[in-house]
Design a protein around this ligand. Structure first.
Ligand SMILES: [Zn+2]
Ligand SMILES: [Zn+2]
Length: 279
C-alpha cells in the first residue's frame, strides 16, 4: 500500500481581479505522494508561497499547466528552473496544454523554448490522452474555456482511486463522464450562483457537475472576485444542500489528505493541534 497523497491549495484565487488584487493567492495546487511532487497551475505567487509553506520547489518532479492564462502559468518557468536544479540537470515532467507549449491563435507560448527543453519529458496534453507522472496516471479531460486548448486533469492513484481538477471550464453536456467515479473533485468555480460568464463555472454549473459525478468530496477553488465577496463557504453549502455531496470551499494553505479516507486539514487546525499538546 502506497502512502497517502497530500493535495495542498497554495492558492485559491482565480480570474483577473482576484489575481491583480491578491484577495486570494493564485499559487495553484501542489500534489505530493511517495513518488510524486507535482505543481498544478503555478500562477503568480507559486514560487514564493511554495517556499513560504516549506515545500521545496527543487523537489518537484512534475509541472502541469492547464491553459495559457496568467493565473495558471506565470511561475511555470521558475518552477522548471527549480525542478531542473537551476537548469543544470534534465529532470522531471512538463505536461501542458498545446496553447501553453506552442501557442494558438489567441496566445503566444507561455513557456519559453529554453525552459521547455530542460525537463526530461515534455507532454502536450489534449483531451483523452493519458500519461504517467511519478506513481500516478493522469488523464487529460476536456474543458470548454476561452482558451480552446484548455484541459482538466484526472489523477488515477494505485491504491486510493481517483481525484480530478476541472480547470477553467463552463458546464457542457458530457463533462460529467470525464469525472465519473472520482472520489475527490476539485472544481474551478469562479463565479457565484446567478452570475454566469461564458467559459467559466458558476455555483449552479458546479451543482450539475457534482450531481452527475457524486464524488465523496467536492472542493471549490479558483475563486473569482464576485465569488469571494459573495462568500465561498455559503456557495459550497448551497452545493452540498442541493446535491447531498459534502462540499467545501478551499482556503489558502488548506490541505486535503487523500488516502483510504479523505480528510481536510487547515493550517489553523494544524497549529491548534500543536497547541493542544501543551494544554
Ligand atoms: Zn483561470
Ligand atoms: Zn482561464
Amino acid at each position: 500500500m502506497s502512502s497517502k497523497i497530500e493535495i495542498i491549495f497554495l492558492g485559491t484565487g482565480g480570474g483577473r481581479f482576484a489575481t491583480i488584487t491578491q484577495k486570494r493567492r493564485t499559487a495553484g495546487i501542489r500534489i505530493i505522494s511517495e513518488g510524486l511532487n507535482l505543481h498544478l497551475d503555478p500562477g503568480p505567487g507559486a514560487l514564493v508561497h511554495s517556499i513560504n509553506e516549506g515545500l521545496d520547489p527543487q523537489k518537484l518532479n512534475a509541472v502541469i499547466v492547464s491553459h495559457c492564462h496568467p493565473d495558471h502559468y506565470t511561475d511555470a518557468e521558475v518552477l522548471i528552473e527549480a525542478m531542473t536544479r537551476g537548469m543544470t540537470r534534465k529532470r522531471g515532467v512538463l505536461a501542458a496544454a498545446k496553447s501553453v507549449l506552442t501557442g494558438n491563435n489567441l496566445c503566444e507560448p507561455s513557456i519559453s523554448k529554453y525552459h521547455q527543453q530542460m525537463p526530461e519529458q515534455k507532454i502536450e496534453a489534449v483531451p483523452n490522452m493519458k500519461f504517467q507522472v511519478g506513481d500516478v496516471n493522469v488523464l487529460a479531460t476536456e474543458a470548454r474555456h476561452t482558451d480552446p486548448d484548455a484541459v482538466g486533469f484526472r489523477f488515477e492513484t494505485r491504491d486510493f482511486g481517483d481525484f480530478a481538477y476541472t480547470s477553467d471550464t463552463e458546464y457542457f453536456e458530457g463533462i460529467g463522464k470525464y469525472y465519473e467515479g472520482v472520489r475527490l473533485l476539485v472544481l474551478c468555480v469562479m463565479r457565484p450562483a446567478g452570475k454566469p460568464w461564458k467559459g467559466h463555472m458558476t455555483t449552479n454549473d458546479a451543482i450539475k457537475i457534482v450531481e452527475e459525478t457524486r464524488p465523496e468530496l467536492a472542493v471549490l477553488t479558483h475563486l473569482g472576485m464576485q465569488m469571494i465577496f459573495k462568500g465561498p463557504a455559503s456557495e459550497a453549502k448551497l452545493i452540498e444542500e442541493k446535491t447531498g455531496v459534502p462540499t467545501v470551499a478551499a482556503v489558502d494553505g488548506m490541505q486535503v489528505i487523500f488516502g483510504e479516507e479523505i480528510r481536510i486539514e487547515t493550517k489553523l487546525k494544524r497549529i491548534q493541534q500543536g497547541l493542544n499538546k501543551f494544554i
